[in-house]
Design a protein around this ligand. Structure first.
Ligand code: ATP
Ligand code: MG
Length: 302
């Protein structure tokens, strides 16, 4: 499912003195298969934009399609039947486009992990038998790296922060979305928890979720994990490209109120002293290139 939007506008508190122009003409294409990063200064419209992608915020102005779903606003009056059709379509869309909000663990509510994770499945697929629900729930819990038998009857509130976040993600992926969107998924996690979560997202991307979209304030994470990135600024997408294309332009990134990842900073500074590192700004590639450089200079010195 590709995502396509053109000239998307959105205002909060429209026609009041508290109006806030959150989206001011967003145009963006996200191809199926991407591990897509969304960056931008605070208040630039990132969260407002992603909530359009599964219809949580209805399109007010502009074109938006997600796969075959056309979410663009139409002014044509609809019959009762058409309205029912739209409601069904929206439910299918929400099943296909999973959304993990910031601090998703705050939304855990059920008495047991099993009930929490199976909630979405029962909602989206009401005709499944209890055994089918059990299989999908078990699968989702194991997919996020938790032990089903050990955790299924626990209260979500007894778990650690990292485990709670995994349970919340399991609840979203349980109904097998093709697109998974996460708003600041690593917020509040310690470095080990962060690395584990990125590893989990990559393994989901390889095995079960076609497209992943991540909103992040951490440029190091974006550079190391995303295939493409869009930069939001004052409610618009002002640039898209690979992390390397974007972060090579440090003046542009700084004008956007952002910082370049440490790999870009080091590559640039080493270049200024005559050391050329062939890096795509992922931390692994940078380390590999730098190690090669050191090996070659050692050889030259011998
Ligand atoms: N519920 C709301 N009511 C009124 N205004 C809002 C609401 N949510 C967001 N806004 C405003 O809309 C604009 C875009 O907000 P949004 O939350 O989409 O930005 P963001 O890029 O996600 O920011 P952050 O990085 O801080 O999460 C901001 O000016 C914000 O104050
Ligand atoms: Mg936000």
């Amino acid at each position: 499912m590709d995502i396509f939007c053109k000239d998307l506008y959105y205002q909060y508190n429209k026609n009041t003195e508290f109006v806030s122009y959150a989206l001011n003409g967003v145009s963006l294409t996200i191809k199926e298969g991407e591990f897509f990063g969304i960056i931008g200064h605070t208040g630039s419209g990132k969260s407002t934009f992603i909530q359009h992608l599964n219809g949580l915020i209805p399109v007010e102005q502009g074109i938006l399609t997600v796969g075959d779903y056309d979410l663009s606003k139409t002014d044509v009056k609809k019959s009762k039947k058409e309205k029912k059709q739209l409601k069904d379509n929206l439910k299918n869309l929400r099943r296909s486009v999973g959304m993990v909000f910031q601090y998703p663990e705050y939304q855990l509510f059920a008495e047991t992990v099993f009930d929490d994770v199976s909630f979405g499945i029962k909602n989206f697929m009401p005709n499944l038998s209890p055994e089918e629900v059990r299989i999908l729930t078990k699968n989702a819990i194991e997919t996020v790296g938790l032990d089903y038998e050990k955790i299924k009857d626990k209260s979500p509130f007894e778990l650690s922060g990292g485990q709670k976040r995994r349970v919340a993600i399991a609840g979203v992926i349980a109904s097998r979305p093709s697109i998974l969107i996460l708003d600041e998924p690593c917020a509040g996690l310690d470095p080990t928890g962060k690395t584990a979560l990125w590893n989990l997202l990559h393994s989901l991307h390889e095995r079960v979720i076609k497209t992943i979209i991540v909103v992040s304030h951490d440029m190091n994470d974006v550079a190391s994990n995303c295939t493409s990135v869009a930069v939001f600024n004052r409610g618009k997408v002002i640039k898209t490209g690979t992390p390397k294309e974007l972060f090579s332009d440090s003046a542009f990134i700084s004008d956007c109120g952002l910082e370049v990842p440490v790999t870009a900073y080091l590559t640039e500074n080493l270049k200024n002293v005559g050391i050329k590192i062939d890096s795509d700004y992922t931390i692994n590639r940078f380390a590999e290139s730098f190690a090669n450089y050191l090996k070659n200079t050692e050889k030259a010195d011998l």
